[in-house]
Design a protein around this ligand. Structure first.
Ligand code: SF4
Ligand code: SF4
Length: 334
C-alpha cells in the first residue's frame, strides 16, 4: 500500500502543482478577460444601437451676433468619429467631432490657419433630419459669440417622421403637420424661405409675408375662410422635409397670453395625435428642443397673429414656461 502511495506521489505530484499554476494564471487573467469581453459586447451593441450615421449635407442656422446666419455643413462619419467641412460664403472651416453618449462634441478651425478663427460645437440628434445644440466662435483667443446651432438635413430624405420619438406612435403616422388650419401661422427664417422657394418653385411672396427685415411668416391660403398654409395639401404638409423650424417645434409653440410670452403645448388629440400624458416627459421633450426655441426667441415679439389669437381661446393648450423664465434660464446656463 505504502509502495503504491509512493508511486503515485512520485509520478503524479506534478498534477496538483500544474493545476495550481494554471489556477493562478487564470485567476490573474480572467477578470481582464471578462472586462475585455464586456467592452467588446458594449462596442457591438453601441455600433448596432447608438451609432447613428449622420454623414451627408446639412444646413445650419445660428446667430452671428445680431445676424441670423446659415451655412452648408458636409459631414462624414466613421464609428463615433465625425469630420466635417463647413462653408459660410467664402469662409471655410474644418470640423473634428466625436459622439459621446449620443452627444456630438467637436471643434472647428478656419481652413486658412492665418485667420486664427475657431470654435466649438455640441449637438444632439433629435431625428434623422434634425440636429440641435450650441456653438461658439473664437477669434484670436477671444470668444466672439455663442449661439444656438440647428442643423437640418439638406437633401430630400423622404423620412416623413415627426420631430419627436413619440411621433412613431402617431395615428396616421408620417403625415403630420402643424395643423396650421387650426392654429397660428409659423414664422420662417430667411434661409428657410429661400430653400422653400427653390424646392416648391413658388416665389416667397406667394407663400409668405415679410414681418421684419430678418423674418417672414407663412401666409394663410385664404384669410377669409381661415384656411391654413398653402403647403397643407390633402391633410398633409407637401414640403415636410423643408418645413420651417417653427413647424418642427409642433406641438410646442410660443404664445402671448395676457401680455406675457409663454412656451405652450397643444394637448388636444385633434391637434397632436400621440402626445404623452406625463407632464415630466413633455418637459423633457421641451428641453431636448431648447436650441430650436432659442433660435426663434429673439423674434417672438413680432409674430402675433390676430386670427390665431381669436382662435386660441378655443384650443386646449397647456402653459409650460414664460419666455422670460426661459431666457433667464438660458442666461444662467451660458
Ligand atoms: S401629430 Fe403630434 S405625434 Fe403626430 S407626428 Fe405630429 S407632432 Fe408627432
Ligand atoms: S410648412 Fe407644412 S408644417 Fe408648416 S404650416 Fe405649412 S403645411 Fe404646416
Amino acid at each position: 500500500m505504502k509502495a503504491g502511495f509512493e508511486y503515485v506521489f512520485q509520478n503524479y505530484i506534478y498534477v496538483p502543482i500544474v493545476s495550481a499554476i494554471i489556477g493562478v494564471i487564470f485567476s490573474m487573467f480572467i477578470p481582464n478577460f471578462i472586462i475585455w469581453g464586456c467592452k467588446k459586447i458594449k462596442n457591438v451593441i453601441s455600433k448596432s444601437i447608438d451609432v447613428i450615421d449622420i454623414s451627408g449635407k446639412w444646413n445650419s442656422f445660428f446667430h452671428e451676433g445680431e445676424l441670423l446666419q446659415s451655412e452648408l455643413v458636409e459631414l462624414k462619419q466613421e464609428g463615433q468619429k465625425v469630420i466635417g467641412e463647413i462653408s459660410l460664403g467664402n469662409r471655410k472651416y474644418l470640423m473634428n467631432a466625436e459622439f459621446k453618449n449620443q452627444i456630438l462634441i467637436g471643434t472647428y478651425v478656419s481652413e486658412n490657419r492665418k485667420k486664427d478663427e475657431r470654435g466649438t460645437i455640441v449637438l444632439r440628434r433629435i431625428n434623422e433630419q434634425l440636429l440641435s445644440g450650441f456653438c461658439t466662435f473664437v477669434y484670436k483667443d477671444k470668444q466672439v459669440y455663442s449661439s444656438p446651432y440647428v442643423l437640418t438635413y439638406y437633401s430630400y430624405h423622404n423620412a416623413k417622421k415627426g420631430t419627436y420619438s413619440f411621433c412613431n406612435n402617431c395615428v396616421g403616422r408620417f403625415d403630420c403637420c402643424c395643423n396650421c388650419n387650426k392654429i397660428d401661422m409659423p414664422i420662417i427664417l430667411p434661409m428657410e424661405a429661400e430653400k422653400i422657394e427653390s424646392v416648391s418653385r413658388k416665389a416667397i411672396s406667394e407663400f409668405a409675408k415679410k414681418k421684419t427685415n430678418n423674418l417672414y411668416q407663412m401666409k394663410r391660403e385664404n384669410d377669409d375662410d381661415k384656411k391654413g398654409c398653402i403647403f397643407y395639401v390633402n391633410n398633409k404638409c407637401s414640403i415636410y422635409d423643408y418645413r420651417p423650424i417653427d413647424c418642427r417645434l409642433f406641438p410646442f409653440d410660443f404664445k402671448e397670453i395676457d401680455g406675457e410670452y409663454w412656451l405652450i403645448y397643444y394637448n388636444s388629440i385633434d391637434i397632436c395625435r400621440a402626445l404623452p400624458t406625463d407632464i415630466n416627459e413633455i418637459r423633457n421633450y421641451a428641453h431636448s428642443i431648447r436650441p430650436l426655441l432659442d433660435m426663434l426667441l429673439p423674434y417672438m415679439s413680432e409674430c402675433s397673429d390676430p386670427i390665431f389669437c381669436e382662435r386660441l381661446e378655443k384650443q386646449n393648450f397647456v402653459k409650460l414656461y414664460t419666455i422670460k423664465s426661459l431666457k433667464e434660464d438660458i442666461t444662467s446656463k451660458t
